[in-house]
Design a protein around this ligand. Structure first.
Ligand SMILES: Nc1ncnc2c1ncn2[C@@H]1O[C@H](COP(=O)(O)OP(=O)(O)O)[C@@H](O)[C@H]1O
Ligand SMILES: [Mg+2]
Length: 386
């Protein structure tokens, strides 16, 4: 099994492309049985006359919530995937991150990993789509055609032209209790300059072996029962696919450029109040975990606010989650999609969890991320650093 980069090391160039906003989607789940029994109803809804807007029943604040996508409770995982996932930037060398945010029980894991009963989530669907895309590029290449770009309004063509081969590696990590664990190797990983050092990343040949490794990592993830969710995720899960488009000698006898890009799929642990684990077994440990989870999500919120306000404050350091997401937000440049999962029920007048999620999501819509293609000239990609 390959464990680390397969390309020789030397400085890389990041070719700038246009800045683009963080794409923000809201996904409402159906009302839960307990919400129904408590008499809850859909107080947060998609505005059908303006489907990017969320209407809040009985909102006195008059806040306006407009996003790139708003998915009503009837939306399937397949529809979410089809609307949000675009692998073309990744394949042309741009780091891509998709992550689910929301309080415990809002539907993050359902969205990212599926329902565990056959309805696959974003992770599995993206893995399949990636290998299908790579096969399509290889077919087109075999027929002598260009593999990307082309067409009116297309993005700049990739630097590697049509002569290259792809390789994919997969790693699975969790951020838990101030540390980061390599879930495939079963050991902690050190974070240096916002990089997971020595993460085990076996080479994979297709969707089945990739999915088997991801399933192994997910099975090792920390979960526990809380009052909100029988299998509450107690850690932030990061699935990382590294794609290398390797160059081969070009027609002029020189060395063509290749790219190295990462796809990071994140299922965050949800923020929660202390009541979520009140009276549960190991209550103290659950509440300590809850405090750690809340702390790292708070840091993520600070980073988002700073990026939205362009204030120059970049609080990535000292928090494992934001360090690992640094590359996606400011480092080597990236495309990022955030799916905010939420209940459609209004649970509290003032500190309502769905309202807080919508406010955080709105901060995300004000962030612009530079996306740069990570060009590799016989070398490994530039590192994000922080
Ligand atoms: N879109 C959805 N459709 C149907 N059930 C959902 C949906 N989203 C979440 N659920 C259900 O709600 C519960 C909590 O979802 P989960 O994804 O585990 O929450 P989280 O990961 O945010 O804590 C689970 O029983 C899940 O099956
Ligand atoms: Mg979860």
């Amino acid at each position: 099994m390959a464990t680390e980069s397969i390309l020789p090391q030397s400085p890389a160039k990041a070719a700038p492309t246009s800045g683009e906003g963080l794409k923000v989607a809201i996904r409402f789940r159906p009302l839960s049985e307990s919400e129904r029994q408590a008499g809850a109803y859909e107080a947060f809804r998609r505005d059908e006359s303006c489907p990017k807007r969320v209407v809040v029943e009985d909102s006195r604040s008059g806040e306006d919530f407009v996003f790139h996508h708003v998915f009503p409770p009837t939306t399937s995982n397949e529809e979410v995937f089809n609307s949000l996932v675009d692998l073309e930037p990744l394949i042309s060398g741009i780091h891509t991150t998709i992550f689910a945010y929301g309080v415990t029980g809002s539907g993050k894991t359902h969205t990212m990993l599926g329902d565990g009963r056959g309805d696959e989530g974003i992770v599995q669907r993206t893995v399949r789509a990636l290998f299908e895309e790579l096969a399509r590029h290889s077919d087109r290449r075999a027929q002598g055609g260009s593999t990307l770009g082309g067409g009116a309004g297309a993005r700049a063509p990739p630097p590697w032209g049509s002569a290259l081969s792809f390789s994919v590696r997969v790693g699975v990590m969790q951020v838990y209790d101030l540390g980061v664990d390599d879930l495939l190797a079963g050991r902690p990983v050190a974070i240096k300059s916002c990089e997971a050092v020595g993460l085990l990343q076996p080479a994979v040949a297709g969707p089945e072996d990739t999915m088997a490794l991801i399933a192994r990592g997910v099975a090792a993830r920390k979960t526990a029962a809380t009052n909100k969710n029988d299998t509450s995720s107690r850690s932030h899960l990061l699935v990382r696919l590294t794609l290398e488009a390797s160059p081969s000698p070009d027609a002029a006898g020189g060395v063509a450029a290749g790219t190295l890009s990462r796809l990071t799929l994140v299922d965050l642990a949800g923020s929660e109040s202390a009541e979520a684990s009140a009276g549960m077994p190991n209550q103290q440990q659950r509440q300590q975990e809850g405090a750690q989870i809340n702390g790292s999500l708070l840091q993520l919120q600070r980073v988002f606010t700073a990026l939205a306000e362009r204030s120059g404050y970049r609080a990535f350091r000292g928090n494992r989650l934001t360090e690992l997401l640094n590359e996606s937000l400011v480092g080597a440049g990236a495309r990022m999609t955030m799916i905010c999962a939420a209940s459609p029920a209004r649970l509290a007048r003032d500190r309502d969890p769905t309202l807080s999620t919508l406010r955080f999501a709105r901060t995300g819509t004000r962030i612009t991320i530079r996306a740069r293609r990570n060009v590799v000239i016989n070398a490994e990609v530039g590192r994000g650093g922080c």
